[in-house]
Design a protein around this ligand. Structure first.
Ligand code: ASP
Length: 445
């Protein structure tokens, strides 16, 4: 099945296509990536200079206060992104399915993509586990620092509690269907929302077109509107990144940064390996040059990096998939929204590394069966992790409880989470684009 030019042109000429193009160009132009990377470096440098744990020439309370003010644009930025994520995901999934045309096509895509997502996620976790067991960053942590970090985490009330209920497996399966969709939204239960949106999308292609049209139009409006708000948020992205990183570095200081630096480097090395793994898949399955593939998606990667949200990136990933990678809209519009919410290889790798790092810190040894259980739980947890900033860390609490690590251990890694979140989200989004490119070839050939 090949892409018909008229289909692409009609997309560009439609009000949604035009609006998508405008917002995408606004966000992706203006050398935003230079500004964001400069903001990042400047933030880290200022944080190190001001940190009471470093040079220490300023009053601690005054510097912490200043850090909060510096972080304000970032908090507003993340708030704006989070505000539109729910409608954006719902509208994107419903539209993606409704525009795929027919149930048979949907079934063909679904039968390939779900096993692909699960296998690649498991591979990402295994890469992370091999690295963390080889590098063993938990062994170099000074015990005094563990106490200090646990204390400061608890003091600041930053340790996220366990937010997931302990349900039996049949209950978990039954719980996938949101009997009360409004409650699912209030609770931010992303998996339930995704399932509800998939069902609505399937129902829409099963009813007469004229009846379905008003809801489709509403979803188009919801999607374009959300993008507009994201493009406003992006105006302050460089300041947001600057302030958030300055605040984090002020609180951490050079010593803590260096001692959990090896853990952060392990996560980054793992993410790089996953990226290389994707590029191998691209060469193997699509015969494209991996560097030109990366070049075509670099703006979307930057957007994922600065928003820390796969969901906020959905419309731009779709745009890049169709305009730059020439992927058919019926494929990109299903796989990208779905992948953004359930395919998170970067997050899965991060959760696996973090869990084993904390096991090393607390001297917990896992046997083979516990390791397999950890892999399975992490695959499930990454599927259920909402595609919003910072939640990978919160979901980690559930994983830790399962393997006997005190969830307070999270206080140790919370400091570097901001930067790791940015990096893992970039990998998550790259994974969705890779999956789209592969399935586009797979189904055509
Ligand atoms: N921020 C990540 C994403 O949106 C999720 C996470 O790992 O926190 O893809």
């Amino acid at each position: 099945m090949s892409k018909s030019p008229s289909q692409k042109d009609s997309h560009k000429e439609s009000p949604r296509g035009r609006s998508l193009d405008q917002s995408a160009h606004f966000i992706l132009d203006h050398q935003l990536w230079v500004k964001i990377l400069s903001g990042m470096l400047a933030g880290i440098m200022l944080g190190l200079i001001l940190s009471p744990e470093g040079y220490g020439v300023w009053d601690k309370e005054w510097v912490y206060n200043l850090g909060e003010w510096l972080a304000l644009p970032g908090v507003l930025f993340l708030g704006l992104i989070q505000m539109v994520i729910m409608p954006l995901i719902i509208c994107s999934i419903i539209l993606g399915i409704a525009e795929s045309g027919n149930l048979e096509f949907l079934r063909t895509v679904g039968l390939r993509i779900i096993p692909y997502f699960i296998v690649t996620t498991a591979i990402a976790i295994i890469i992370g586990m091999v690295l963390v067991n080889t590098i063993r960053p938990g062994d170099v942590i000074d015990p005094a620092l563990i106490d200090q970090m646990l204390e400061s985490g608890a003091e600041a009330g930053q340790v996220p509690g366990q937010t997931f209920e302990n349900l039996s497996i049949p209950d978990r399966i039954a719980n996938l269907i949101p009997s009360n969709p409004a409650r699912a939204q209030v609770d931010g239960n992303m998996l339930q929302i995704v399932i509800a949106a998939i069902l609505v999308g399937i129902a829409l292609i099963s009813i007469p077109k004229t009846t379905a049209q008003p809801l489709k139009d509403l979803c188009v409006t919801g999607q374009v509107l959300s993008m507009k708000i994201i493009s406003w948020a992006m105006m302050i992205a460089p300041f947001a990144v600057f302030g958030l990183l300055a605040n984090v570095t002020i609180r951490l200081g050079l010593d803590s940064l260096l001692s959990i630096g090896l853990y952060a480097l392990t996560v980054l090395a793992g993410l790089l390996c996953v990226l290389i793994f994707y590029m191998l898949l691209i060469v193997l399955f699509t015969k494209q040059n991996p560097l030109s593939f990366l070049n075509k998606i670099r703006e979307v990667q930057l957007l994922a990096f600065s928003t820390s949200s796969s969901a906020a990136t959905i419309p731009f990933s779709i745009h890049a998939a169709e305009e730059k990678l020439q992927i058919r809209p019926q494929i990109s519009r299903i796989i990208i929204p779905l992948g953004a919410t359930i395919n998170m290889d970067g997050t899965a790798l991060y959760q696996g590394v973090a869990a084993l790092f904390l096991c090393q810190v607390f001297g917990i040894e896992l046997d083979m069966s516990e390791t397999i259980l950890l892999i399975a739980t992490t695959v499930g947890a990454s599927i259920g992790t909402p595609a919003t900033p910072g939640v990978g860390l919160i979901v980690l609490a559930t994983i830790l409880t399962g393997i006997g690590v005190p969830p307070e251990g999270i206080a140790m890694i919370i400091g570097v989470d901001r930067i790791l979140d940015m990096c893992r989200t970039t990998v998550n989004v790259t994974g969705d684009l890779t999956a789209s490119a592969i399935v586009d070839k797979w189904i055509k050939d």
